[in-house]
Design a protein. Structure first.
Length: 246
């Protein structure tokens, strides 16, 4: 019995030790993100499946969209891995003149850095990485993906719904792919009173890349106006956005 008790005590000590070190790793994740991304200027984050092949229609769509955005001066940010993430970084990298940012994460499978980034950051935790993917972006573009992509979509919608972030648009590309999900949200969540009509309107479902690029540019103007109305012209963030028009 004593032996089992000693094993239990050691197990508890190991857990507490791991928790303590986790705190420092979490802090390191946030400090790294804040230091490297705080002044990058107008940026768009692209989400989508890591399993999408280079020959896939949506791979080409993601690459084409980020080329269009890069031509307009927007930096591109992704999760830094393969699939749609690679396509997004590739479009920005090939166009040039902007940052192509990859926020990677250590996983036991599947997540390998793509070669099309100009700025790379590695994170230990999903939640700190997700903060950085949304905190420094003017808009989020969602391409088809799995659980991770849907998690990022609904995280973004929740932040906007609860006013934790303002002025940011969510574009969902792939009408045929996402239509059943939008129908579910409308027929179940909206009709059951679990969300309001304005919450449904947060999602812009489209297949038009030109529309997405145009709306993102308009969104930047609105966000600058909001910051000016709040008297935040002297902040580093405001100045980084204004450089877009210089």
């Amino acid at each position: 019995m004593k032996k089992n008790g000693n094993i239990s005590k050691k197990y508890v000590r190991d857990i507490k030790s791991a928790d303590t070190w986790s705190v420092f790793k979490i802090i390191a994740d946030f400090v790294k993100g804040f230091d490297d991304l705080g002044e990058i200027g107008p940026t768009v984050t692209v989400f989508g499946s890591s399993k999408t092949s280079e020959n896939d229609f949506f791979y080409h769509q993601a690459k084409e969209l980020t080329k269009m955005l890069a031509q307009r001066g927007f930096n591109i940010m992704s999760g830094g891995g393969p699939g749609i993430m690679e396509a997004a970084n590739r479009g920005a990298h090939e166009e040039g003149g902007v940052e192509s940012i990859g926020l990677n994460i250590d996983l036991p499978f599947e997540q390998t850095p793509n070669p099309y980034t100009t700025k790379d950051l590695n994170f230990d935790y999903f939640f700190s990485r997700k903060v950085m993917l949304v905190k420094y972006s003017m808009a989020y573009v969602i391409f088809p993906g799995g659980y991770g992509t849907l998690d990022e979509l609904f995280e973004a919608l929740t932040l906007i719904q609860t006013r934790k972030i303002t002025g940011v648009k969510v574009f969902v590309v792939g009408e045929e792919f996402f239509k059943p999900l939008i129908d579910f949200i409308e027929s179940k969540l909206l009709k059951s009173g679990m969300i309001d009509k304005e919450d449904l309107d947060l999602i812009c479902l489209t297949d038009s890349l030109e529309y997405v690029a145009n709306e993102i540019e308009k969104s930047l103007n609105r966000q600058i106006d909001i910051l000016e109305d709040e008297g935040l012209e002297d902040t580093t963030y405001f100045k980084s956005l204004k450089k877009f028009f210089e």
